[in-house]
Design a protein around this ligand. Structure first.
Ligand SMILES: [Zn+2]
Length: 73
């Protein structure tokens, strides 16, 4: 019984991360197209840091509750 409940927790966790991955992709698209400029959590302005040499491009808010690495190379 406990194994079964662990398994279902694992499944829902996987679904959650998969969903949030797609939400994040969607979110990034919106930010890059200029439609969202505020963090959905703290409502601070988001800043987009574009690639400098070997540093990853990121989308961040001032409090860093939004801190997304962009994988466009
Ligand atoms: Zn934030």
């Amino acid at each position: 019984m406990s194994e079964l409940s662990q398994l279902s927790q694992l499944k829902s966790f996987n679904k959650l991360t998969s969903d949030s991955f797609h939400q994040q992709k969607h979110f990034i698209k919106k930010v890059l197209s200029g439609r969202i400029t505020q963090c959905p959590q703290c409502h601070q302005n988001l800043t987009i840091n574009m690639n400098n040499t070997d540093e990853q491009s990121t989308i961040r808010c001032a409090k860093k509750c939004t801190d997304i690495e962009l994988d466009c190379s």
